[in-house]
Design a protein. Sequence first.
Length: 511
Amino acid sequence: MPAERMANGGNRAAITVCVILATLMQALDTTIANVALPYMQGSVSATQDQIDWVLTSYIVAAAIMTPPTGFLAARFGLKRLFLVSVAGFTVASMLCGMSQSLTQIVLFRVLQGAFGAALVPLSQSVLLSVNPPERQGSAMALWGVAVMAGPILGPVLGGWLTANYTWRYVFYINLPIGILCFLGMRTFLIDTARNASEKLDWFGFGTLSLGIGAAQVLLDRGEQLDWFGSGEIIIEAIIAAAAFYLFIVHTFTAKKPFVRPALFRDRNFTAGTLFVAVVGLTYYASLALQPPFLQDLMNYPVVTAGFVMGPRGIGTMGAMLVVGRLIGRVDTRVLLGVGLGLTAWSFYAMTGWTPDISQSTIIGVGVIQGIGLGFLFVPLSTVSLSTLSAEQRTEAAGFYNLSRNIGSSVGISVVNSLLAQNTQVNHADIAQHVTAVNRGFESPAVTQFWNPLTAAGRAALDAMITQQAQIIAYIDDYKLLMIATLAVIPLLIVFKKTSGNGGAAPIAIAD
């Protein structure tokens, strides 16, 4: 590849902007539709259980179509796959906004998730390949800003669009972004070589897809259906376990398996895959816990809750930009250690939160947590993939992002399930002390508000007990996230320092 092509900073910058737009567009759609669900429900006349499939269908489709990204890029070319993914995602978004029934919107959300699945691993692979080693850290920092900012901005932007326009604009907003991204990548990125003889391991892909799909539906619907008290959940668990077993056996016995075991001989990639699953678990689980804490316990309006959470994203973005310049100068393990320490401290601080906590404290802890995530995400993405060859990167990036998605799904399901269960357990424990012989009810100040002898007093008393039970349940969840963060510290000793570009071959940039 001529050196002058790689030296064209203008084209490299244009590709970087397009890649970040594509990543942001896909990351936004993981959460932007959440706040619009009640409006969609009325528009398409769906029940609560039915409208939840708008979220589940997207997550399942994206999870299933992430692993084959490496094969599709090798078979059809990276540029062609990128353009098809962006175009398909944009068209599917428009169709979602135009939907007139629940069946239509779920179908188009499946298409949106399927086309969008490749955008994140492709973006990661492109940025690492078009940048020389000394620029890779900064490039991954910009990419990480888009990945982390999407889930934070999604609910705020979705709420604003729904309140001021209609829920359909939650999907229509992707149209200008998608068009700009498509034109930019078509102009500036030159395609990589295509291997027409590349074959897909259909059995491996099928079993992995079936296992991921069943597991995602199980995690997404488990809390609604009382987990293994439901026949549906039991069937999904059996299907997932059987499919994963067949996939693992096939992977280690087939000549050319869907996921090559050779990838995991690189210890940086193996450790990074485990590490990012925990990062996804703690990051997305904390995002899932924060809004109901602010809205239900502290009575914040949705817009206020969004603005209180926003500074965490600012902390993440700022840290990523700083860390991008430190990569290559400071040992990656030190950066990851700082990120783990700050993240764990933020969860520790949250274990002391009550509804009386001040906004400034919430914002301050959120910013520190955001900085910790910034110190984790960029170095982790760089060190996990930089030691692989260019031919392995797209496939590895797909599996790496699949691990992050699975970790986030598990984290959200676990903390929500524990929150509901622990609230019930704590409510029962506290209620044991509400008896006729409790001397606390002799105080006029108590009986004025919580008189157990009147219906209004009992209702107020039950509401207060429920609130206290929820506070304790949130504290338990934050303790769990802190422990999970600290548990991955031993993985730091596994990572080795990277040198050079790991044998990467640059992707051509159009003149």
